[in-house]
Design a protein around this ligand. Structure first.
Ligand code: PA5
Length: 466
């Protein structure tokens, strides 16, 4: 199983001012955590609770449909193009980057075992989009449009460009190259996919975008590139079982949730850094940043008090960011908790040849890159301890579908528990909706005229800025 080591948040290790008396805190919060975990599990099937992401690992029907479709289109496409934003893209990207061999899109078809390349278009930069359209042969490209609301302006604009191009190039047959993943009942994409006859997968009710990675949003792309989705769901199920334990002493999601919460409210650690020592897990850090930010950054609590909660999540990559951010983490404001994300066993052992006699580098010869990587992580951790900076380590035994399922699910549960500790709605995102609505107004969507006038005043009339 995945492990959490929280030694370096203890007051015995980093001092009274920044450290916690963790045994005492576990005792104080024992009943609260018990209640939170029990509530999550007893409410997960209830409509309107937004907890149905807790069931995704058990959704045999989706797994079956996804696998059936992937088998049907096997060998038909050279490229998968995902159109989606935020929760509709980040999880897919994180898992594909972790589980496919690095530089997958640069490998030959044989090296990819005939599976297609995969591209995530999660931005609308016109230059980027134009370039990707120049690279892809649309006849050999399967486009998966993913939007839960079915109306996000960015995704719908991407889709409109693709549809137009594909229809011109492929005629009516273009429909075989499009799949929609969206809500079953609402949204324009649902209407369009019915009208155009696209193969459609549904995102279950009560699953927010950032908790949707194990629905068809993620499972379909994974299956299309040959990732074993049953191993992923087995990992989720085993982790779910472990995290049903309501005793904080045996529940790593609850432990890390409480540690982050207390570090924030008692010790002023306003920033949560996710620092994988694995390049393959770099997008897991991006996914975590969205999960943590959108779920916990809230203006009001459940009693409608203004609370402005949430730690700012930051992504850092070991060792790359040792040479960029660690100076700040060690000597700058002591306002962070750092999550090291480490891999116990890499797929590869890479030896450093013994080819130089110079004392300054000869010590490297005969060692492995793995040893160096681990030594770098250990020394970064040691320096953080010297500077009394709290840090925890999450260790994943190996990068496999099973452990990636465990890891992401564990972080989802951790986020849900943290939200409950803050007493906020973890699963809404009014701040995101606000700017989505402003975009509709600025782009002239019908029904948003009043908002457009107000916005014009706000943005361009200098008097209103005073
Ligand atoms: O987590 C969320 O809910 C958001 O990040 C959404 O995923 C994002 O805004 C995209 O929304 P949609 O899937 O409706 O296009």
């Amino acid at each position: 199983m995945i492990e959490l080591n929280y030694r370096n948040i203890k007051k015995e290790v980093i001092g009274e001012e920044n450290g916690l008396n963790i045994e005492e805190e576990f005792q104080t919060y024992k009943d609260t955590i018990h209640r939170i975990i029990a509530d999550l599990n007893s409410n997960k099937d209830k409509p309107g609770q937004n907890l149905k992401w807790m069931n995704l690992g058990y959704n045999e029907e989706t797994i079956w449909y996804v696998k059936e479709f992937a088998a049907m289109v096997e060998n038909r496409f050279d490229n998968i193009l995902i159109l989606g934003l935020g929760g509709s893209a980040l999880g897919g990207k994180a898992v594909c980057e972790a589980l496919l061999p690095p530089y997958w899109n640069f490998l030959t078809k044989e090296q990819r075992n005939n599976y297609p390349r995969i591209f995530f278009l999660d931005n609308i930069d016109p230059d980027q989009m134009n370039s990707i359209l120049n690279i892809l042969d649309l006849k050999k490209t399967l486009v998966n449009v993913i939007t839960k609301s079915g109306s996000t302006a960015e995704v719908m604009a991407q889709y409109m460009i693709l549809k137009d191009l594909m229809e011109k190039e492929l005629g009516d047959d273009y429909r075989k190259n499009v799949i929609a993943t969206t809500d079953k009942n609402v949204g324009i994409l649902k209407q369009l996919s019915d009208q155009e006859g696209y193969k459609t997968f549904y995102i279950p009710d009560d699953v927010a975008g950032r908790f949707s990675v194990f629905s068809a949003v993620g499972l379909l792309p994974f299956a299309l590139v040959g990732i074993n989705i049953e191993e992923i769901t087995q990992g989720i199920k085993d982790m779910d079982l472990a995290l049903k334990n309501t005793d904080i002493n045996y529940n790593i999601a609850a432990q890390n949730a409480l540690i982050h919460f207390l570090m924030n409210i008692k010790k002023g650690k306003r920033i949560s850094v996710m620092m994988p020592y694995s390049n393959r897990l770099r997008y897991v850090a991006d996914w975590y940043c969205q999960l943590w930010a959108e779920s916990l950054g809230k203006e009001r609590d459940k009693n409608n008090n203004i609370v402005n909660t949430g730690q700012t999540p930051v992504k850092a990559i070991g060792v790359t960011d040792q040479h960029s951010q660690i100076q700040l983490y060690n000597e700058g404001p002591n306002d962070k908790i750092i999550n090291f994300l480490r891999v116990a066993e890499f797929d590869t052992t890479l030896e450093i040849p013994n080819i130089f006699e110079y004392t300054g580098i000869s010590y490297l010869g005969g060692k492995t890159m793995n040893q160096l990587f681990n030594a770098e992580a250990d020394s970064t951790m040691a320096s953080l301890i010297d500077y009394k900076r709290p840090n925890v380590t999450i260790t994943i035994p190996k990068i496999t579908p099973y452990y990636i399922g465990q890891l992401l699910y564990m972080l989802e549960v951790q986020t849900a528990i943290t939200g409950a500790l803050y007493n906020i709605d973890t699963f809404n995102q009014p701040g995101v909706e606000q700017s989505k609505n402003y975009t509709y107004a600025l782009m002239g969507r019908i029904g948003y005229e009043d908002s457009a006038n107000e916005l014009h005043e706000k943005l361009f009339n200098s008097a209103s800025l005073v």
